[in-house]
Design a protein around this ligand. Structure first.
Ligand SMILES: [Fe+2]
Ligand SMILES: [Fe+2]
Length: 500
């Protein structure tokens, strides 16, 4: 068993607090560390779901590469120092398993009105439907992103990137398994029905779409993929981190292990965008261009100009912020006070973890003005998670800016105002510029093409999306990575596509 390279896990994820090694059984049809074979009924139910899952994967997973041998990591344990192994596998043969982080003896419910009581090992009856809904909504995002990304293999800028795409895809598939395990094990018949429905909804489909808006958007090109994995998988990280604080212990343990995998998705996003920026800056330098706004001249070099990258980022940031739901929300208050979902880093926060009398500042639009209002903290749980998310996005953006600075180009990426381009929550009915000014509809439409990609920008980005599949070769618009996956050499054949 080899270890994941330290470069792969750049996020300080405190996903696994207990480092006791729990062996994963690979003898079973479904690899697991939950002693599945001791619960025959559950095992049968999951083995019944498995062929439907594989059918879904073949139908909706990476198009055109189902027979390719892909250098993938597979989780073989939950020990942080050596939980994955690498090897070439055909994706439909990937060993999707059920992995829970080790049980923490004596764990108590960290928040809400049951704070301090022993964590639930069974579903608390009075909160059954709320808990089921939380699991279904989380579960629905996992296959959705695989569906959104299914056509990208054909235009991969390198074998390295293609492999990373497929790695993210199989792990999202495993995340679906993680949620389906909870539904089938703990929710009886309705759990089995929900598990089936998770395979039936389709991203972007009119009559049976995925539950959340951003998961019905298209991921039409690789730049979108990198932005998605940086910004939208980070919403995944925040949601998983909040669910890892759940008083329902099996959900907490599932999410703690999922966070370990999520770190790689964020890495793919951060370095994907970072390498795109690097290619642009290096090409500008070589051509003697210092003005980042010399769009035509820069695009002629076969790279994406920085202002267009900012516009693309603006889109992904704004649609992802919508995923946090209404800033002020009674559902979020219930999820917290029941103890089913905590806040980001709940146990590390210095307060009473019940928030009955606390307030939280929320930015709102009142009488045509942006104001900050103190709102009962319980009702502002979503707002707080969104603020934590925005803060969490900044690290990578600062690292991107360093690349630009090093090349001596006067340009900086920034996050638009929280209210920019929102469809859900406090700003849904208003127009806010990236700088945070409230705008008339007319002013919004006049400025829009400076803030979000136009059709012409998309046409240009698309024109660069040509496959580059010689080992060690990269498309013009993206720089090679510094280190190979699992320290493989530069010309490593991450995907053997000859049979696909
Ligand atoms: Fe996921
Ligand atoms: Fe992810």
């Amino acid at each position: 068993m080899s270890e994941p390279t330290p470069t792969e896990i750049i996020e300080p994820v405190e996903a696994i607090q207990n480092d006791a090694f729990v062996a994963v059984s690979y003898d079973d049809l479904i690899p697991n560390n939950v002693d599945l074979s001791s619960d025959k009924q559950l095992q049968r139910a999951l083995e019944g779901w498995q062929p439907n899952y594989i059918d879904w994967w073949k139908d909706m997973g990476p198009e055109g590469f189902q027979n390719a041998d892909v250098y993938l990591r597979t989780a073989v344990g939950v020990d942080p120092s050596g939980w994955a192994k690498f090897g070439h596998v055909k994706m439909p043969d990937y060993r999707w398993g059920i992995l829970l982080a080790p049980k923490e003896e004596g764990r108590t419910i960290p928040c809400g009105r049951h704070k301090g009581e022993p964590a639930w090992q069974e579903v608390p009856g009075e909160y059954r439907s709320l808990l089921r809904r939380l699991i279904v909504v989380q579960g629905d995002t996992e296959p959705a992103s695989v569906e959104q990304q299914r056509f990208l293999g054909a235009t991969a800028p390198s074998l390295y990137d293609m492999r990373n795409l497929f790695q993210v895809n199989v792990e999202e598939g495993r995340h679906l398994w993680a949620m389906v395990y909870l539904l089938v094990k703990y929710f009886g018949r309705d759990g089995r029905e929900e598990a089936q429905a998770l395979l039936e909804r389709r991203s972007g489909q009119q009559d049976n779409p995925r539950i959340l808006g951003a998961f019905n958007e298209r991921t039409p090109d690789w730049l979108s993929f990198f932005m998605f994995t940086y910004f939208t998988d980070r919403d995944g990280k925040m949601q998983l981190a909040a669910l890892a604080q759940s008083g329902f212990d099996p959900l907490s343990r599932s999410c703690r292990f999922m966070l370990t995998e999520e770190a790689h998705h964020l890495f793919v996003g951060e370095t994907g965008v970072g390498r795109t920026i690097e290619a642009t800056c290096l090409a500008m330098k070589a051509a003697g261009i210092t003005d980042p706004y010399a769009k035509e001249a820069i695009r002629k070099l076969g790279v994406i100009d920085l202002p267009t990258l900012q516009k693309k980022a603006n889109f992904h940031m704004s649609v992802t912020r919508d995923l946090f739901g209404s800033e002020i929300s009674s559902n979020a208050a219930s999820a917290f006070s029941t103890g089913l979902k905590g806040r980001f880093n709940e146990t590390a926060l210095d307060d009473d973890h019940q928030l009955e009398n606390a307030t939280y500042p929320v930015q709102r639009v009142i009488d045509g003005q942006l104001v900050t209002e103190e709102v009962p903290a319980l009702r502002a749980i979503n707002s707080r998670l969104l603020d934590d998310y925005i803060a969490d996005c900044q690290g990578g953006i600062d690292r991107w800016n360093k690349v630009i600075e090093k090349c001596g180009i006067a340009f900086r990426f920034s996050q638009p105002h929280k209210g920019f381009n929102r469809r859900i929550g406090e700003f849904a009915e208003t127009h806010v510029s990236p700088a945070g000014e409230l705008l008339s509809a007319q002013a919004w439409h006049a400025g829009k093409s400076d803030w979000l990609c136009s059709d012409e920008d998309h046409t240009f980005i698309n024109s660069l999306m040509k496959p580059c599949v010689q080992p060690g070769q990269y498309a013009s618009w993206i720089a090679p990575p510094r280190v190979g996956i699992n320290n493989q050499p530069k010309d490593f054949e991450y995907v053997r596509i000859e049979h696909s």
